[in-house]
Write a protein that binds this ligand. Structure first.
Ligand code: ZN
Ligand code: ZN
Length: 338
């Protein structure tokens, strides 16, 4: 059967692999769609070579249908599911505190072991979530990144009437903006890519292009000089980290979502002077997946608009190139039965 693997630096290959067999506590899933994530791009660019084993079947944002389930399992053949790809040890200090999502021995499916860019995928029964009929395959493949966003706004403790700035209008930024709005926040998205600015505006958000307008000035005029309540730093960029402290009101809060591979410059004096807070946000917990599925099924967030293209295995490389080069895309999904 077909799979898409990270073969080597900036090399994604379509390969023929053996059918996976499901272990005793696993189901076999016929994967319908799988999204290419920013993390997959990091793998593609070689940034995670010390962590991954090549060739690696990537992919952790997916949806599919169970084709094989163990006897007596809670899930049956034919059910549509998504996988929460965080397999934890249950024994480390993080797990013992109940924070299994950031397990110190985490097996993140699609990074630390084989992922969803294949026709059939074996996944642990206890990591599954059911998908209701009203969610299309494209929307269901966006549940994992939506769960990230739901987790982020929960960590940030968004309150009704909050004015929030989301720095970075990629898939996660656009989902964070939608989740924050759902919790009652007014949101400005800061983004440099014109295509993504357009998508943000079509989702009903105010936008600022910081290469054209001064972001801090725009936020100060929006908040009558006070500064905003919340900043979601989703860009993972040095300019994002530099500007985030300039946007906040006294006792405002930064929710750090983006991956900063090297330590960026941060204005700690501003943290002191304005008594700012910083909260780290990483992946999600099962409750975030459950809420993501609920709000998606209820039509409270727009997922379809973020899907820019569905590609075949052979076209997956194009998707990686577009992401690397800042192309006119938000989310690219792979049709895993192509
Ligand atoms: Zn992801
Ligand atoms: Zn653990």
């Amino acid at each position: 059967m077909k799979a898409c693997v990270y073969a080597d630096l900036e090399k994604v290959e379509v390969v023929d692999i053996d059918l996976p067999s499901a272990g005793p506590d696993e189901v076999l899933i016929k994967v319908a769609r799988a999204g290419i994530c920013g993390t997959d791009l990091h793998i593609f660019m070689g940034h995670m070579d010390q962590r991954v084993t090549k060739p690696l079947v990537m992919g952790h944002e997916m949806c599919g249908e169970i084709v094989e389930a163990p006897d007596g399992a809670d899930y049956q053949v034919g059910e549509r599911v998504v996988v929460e790809p965080t397999v934890f040890c249950g024994m480390c200090a993080a797990c013992r505190r109940g924070n299994t999502h950031v397990c110190q021995n985490l097996n993140f499916l699609g990074i630390d072991s084989a992922g969803a860019f294949q026709e059939l995928w074996n996944a642990p029964v206890d990591r599954l979530h059911r998908i209701p009929r009203e969610l299309s395959d494209n929307a269901a493949a966006m549940i994992e990144p939506l769960a990230v966003a739901v987790h982020d706004v929960r960590r940030a403790q968004v309150e009704l009437g909050d004015q929030a700035v989301v720095i970075g209008g990629g898939p996660i930024g656009l989902l964070v903006a939608q989740a924050a709005r759902l919790d009652g926040a007014e949101v400005i998205i800061s983004e440099v890519n014109p295509y993504r600015l357009n998508v943000a505006e079509s989702c009903g958000f105010r936008t600022v292009d910081p290469t054209k307008d001064d972001l801090a000035e725009a936020v100060m005029s929006w908040t009558n000089g006070a500064g905003c309540d919340l900043v979601f730093e989703v860009s993972g960029s040095a300019p994002g980290a530099k500007v985030m402290t300039d946007l906040l009101r006294v006792r405002g809060k930064v929710a750090l979502v983006g991956v900063h591979a090297s330590p960026p410059e941060v204005d700690l004096h501003r943290f002191f002077w304005r008594e700012l807070e910083l909260v780290g946000c990483r992946v999600y917990e099962s409750v975030d997946f459950e809420r993501a599925i609920r709000i998606a099924a209820a039509g409270e967030v727009d997922l379809e608009s973020l899907v820019s293209k569905v590609v075949s295995y052979e076209e997956a490389y194009w998707g990686f190139e577009q992401m690397r080069d800042g192309g006119d895309i938000v989310k690219v999904l792979i049709d895993c039965q192509s």
